[in-house]
Design a protein around this ligand. Structure first.
Ligand code: NDP
Ligand code: HSE
Length: 434
């Protein structure tokens, strides 16, 4: 039975993502109505700059007063695609106070205040959906929250930021400079309003926090995620990676400890073998491996950023929330019952690729090897290459370690820096995916 009163939607934000949400809502209105079982209507659009020309949007819908839009009494669902912490947080809270369910793409806010927002939605008997907050168009949040709800997820590893993957891919495949590639990613609508969030790893860390919370049924906040960005990755690092048959990706890695008593969450650049499926993830695509006890290894792949792909995820949530409303039900809320502690990065077991500039004289290799041994770190391979510089004979020493706790590896690097024979540490990169 088709309901005739339309479900009314307030669109909060009409930029890269919001404008595509509005376009698809308008052009696919009949299909959305058929799939939901009721018409769905764009009832208001809140923006910052009302005079900006917005193609396909009735100017009468535009307002700069998002709060008044949410309080006017006829809105069923709010789509928050403003981004950032405020005013997004206050607006979402206002929506819940006014009986309005929310769809959001805002990973920064969810990673910081997800628990409070889920609690507010739950207390009001409303939905908070956020598929678009992680990995753009890729269905990942709902498969992890719902399809895998009966399984036990032990590990998640993937590329969850489109902008940085785009930059690293361009640096690797075309030799493009960092700034040139970032400018292109920004022009294509992939980057955050402040692209520091992308290149310094904050955006990926926010997504890692959200995914870790879902995967391990525990609460993981942005501050719990170890984070390194990709601004230090150089052409020399790519050259080293190539010599090892690897490339470099910014990875998010979430792991349940072997004893099941704690979890770790980290984001950092890493070398991965060219034979690994993540190595072939190009441009702004994302890919995420989920390892679950019963299901085994699952891979999710697709466009990780951009207006239209992200709008697809938002619209999927909109349809789900509308269906819930008609059924007078709500979808799953936050599941954080395991309350597992998040261990520090020092406890993570990983491998390092270390490139040292050393004096090319007898005993140096032994001194370096002893330093690794003193820290309990076993060496996998060593490659020495002589080179002349103005100050005398020097060599490059490239050491790849076996797996060891990150604290032992970083302790080794600190000790190496203090050796007279080590002129400098040219690069340090973790190695993953083997
Ligand atoms: P944009 O900067 O392109 O758009 C932001 C929109 O919010 C603009 O329409 C802006 O208005 C509006 N806005 C800003 N401040 C206010 C305010 N105080 N009141 C009302 N409206 C306001 O961002 P994106 O569309 O790129 O991103 C939106 C959200 O989606 C963010 O949370 C982002 O992290 C997330 N996201 C983005 C993806 C992408 O590829 N771009 C992918 C996945 C998620 P005006 O138009 O007048 O400036
Ligand atoms: N800036 C984000 C990225 C948008 O590049 O991945 C998608 O979340």
């Amino acid at each position: 039975m088709m309901r005739t009163r339309p479900l009314k939607v307030a669109l909060l934000g009409c930029g890269v993502v919001g404008s595509e949400v509005a376009r698809i809502m308008t052009t696919h209105a009949d299909d959305l109505t058929a799939r939901i079982g009721a018409p769905v209507e764009l009832a208001g659009v809140a923006v910052r700059r009302p005079s900006k020309v917005r193609e396909g949007i009735d100017p009468a819908l535009i307002t700069t007063d998002a709060t008044a839009l949410l309080k006017r009494g006829d809105i069923d669902i709010a789509i928050e695609v403003i981004g950032g912490i405020e005013p997004a947080r206050t607006l979402i809270t206002t929506a819940f106070e006014n009986g309005i369910s929310v769809v959001s793409a805002n990973k920064a806010l969810l990673a910081q205040d997800g628990a409070a927002l889920h609690a507010a939605a739950g207390a009001a008997g409303l939905d908070l959906y956020y598929e678009a907050a992680v990995a753009g168009a890729i269905p990942l949040v709902r498969p992890m929250r719902e399809s895998l709800a009966g399984d036990k997820i032990n590990r998640v590893m993937g590329i969850v930021n489109g902008t940085t993957n785009f930059i690293l891919d361009k640096m690797d495949s075309t030799g493009a400079g960092y700034q040139e590639a970032l400018d292109e990613a920004t022009a294509l609508g992939y980057a955050e309003a402040d692209p520091t969030a992308d290149v310094e790893g904050y955006d990926a860390a926010a997504k890692a926090a959200i995914l870790a919370g879902i995967a391990f049924h525990t609460r993981v906040r942005l501050d719990d995620v170890y984070r390194e960005g990709m601004t230090e990755v150089s052409a020399a690092d790519f050259a080293s990676a190539k010599r090892m048959g690897c490339t470099i990706k910014l990875l998010a890695i979430l792991e349940r400890a072997a004893d099941g008593e704690s979890v770790t969450a980290r984001v950092h650049p890493a070398m991965i073998p060219l034979t690994h499926p993540l190595a072939s993830v190009r441009e702004a695509y994302n890919a995420v491996f989920v390892e679950a006890e019963a299901a085994g290894r699952l891979m999710f792949y697709g466009p990780g950023a951009g207006g239209s792909p992200t709008a697809s995820a938002v619209l999927g949530d909109l349809v789900a929330v509308c269906r819930n409303k008609l059924a007078q039900a709500t979808g799953p809320g936050e599941s954080a019952y395991t309350q597992l502690p998040v261990s520090p990065m020092g406890d993570v077991v990983t491998r390092y690729h270390i490139s040292l500039d050393v004096a090319d004289k007898p005993g140096v290799l032994a001194q370096v090897a002893t330093t690794f041994a003193e820290h309990g770190v076993s060496i996998d391979t060593v490659r020495q290459q002589g080179r002349q510089d103005g100050s005398g004979n020097e060599a490059s020493l490239v050491v790849v370690t076996h797996r060891a706790p990150d604290a032992a590896l970083s302790g080794t690097v600190e000790a190496l820096r203090k050796l007279d024979t080590v002129r400098g540490v040219a690069s340090i990169m973790r190695v993953e995916g083997e």
